[in-house]
Design a protein around this ligand. Structure first.
Ligand code: ZN
Length: 150
């Protein structure tokens, strides 16, 4: 019982669980939770997890993210689990999956790339069968675990 109360219950909203601790703040920034000034957001860090050791968890009251928003998470945290809560009950569980294209999410490591020199959104495509993403403009590939967010 004590364990379950480590993080307060949520009436309605989204729980993002099993976040590696070092990725919690990237998730916050990717979902623009740092710009949210009205919904209650609970952030847990260094919580015990049987699955991944220590984990982070984020609970956002009254927010239900689109699949597009959630799939962006796959870039930094491919194994998070998501639960949609309504009336204190889990009504839906979701997995994040890597979308085939990422627009304006990660930056190109090539300093000469047009997307680093013009005011434009970056565009990357997943390279099928690999853990790499390829820049649409200059063809530079980057490993998923090495990406830098815009
Ligand atoms: Zn590029």
């Amino acid at each position: 019982m004590k364990r379950q109360l480590l993080v307060a219950a949520l009436e309605n909203g989204t729980v993002i669980d099993h976040i590696p601790c070092d990725k919690v703040f990237q998730v916050i920034s990717l979902l623009k939770l740092d710009q949210n000034d009205h919904d209650a957001i609970t952030i847990g860090m260094n919580l015990e997890s049987e699955r991944i050791g220590l984990k982070g968890i984020i609970k956002v009251a009254n927010r239900f993210f689109t699949d597009e928003e959630l799939n962006q998470l796959s870039v930094i945290t491919p194994n998070v689990s998501l639960a949609i809560i309504r009336g204190y009950e889990v009504v839906e569980k979701k997995d994040v999956c890597m979308p085939p294209t990422l627009s304006g999410i990660i930056s190109c490591p090539n300093p000469k790339c047009i997307c680093n020199n013009e005011p434009m959104r970056t565009l990357f495509h997943a390279v099928p069968g690999t853990d790499r993403l390829r820049c649409h403009y200059c063809g530079t590939t980057v490993k998923q675990r090495d990406v830098a967010l815009c």
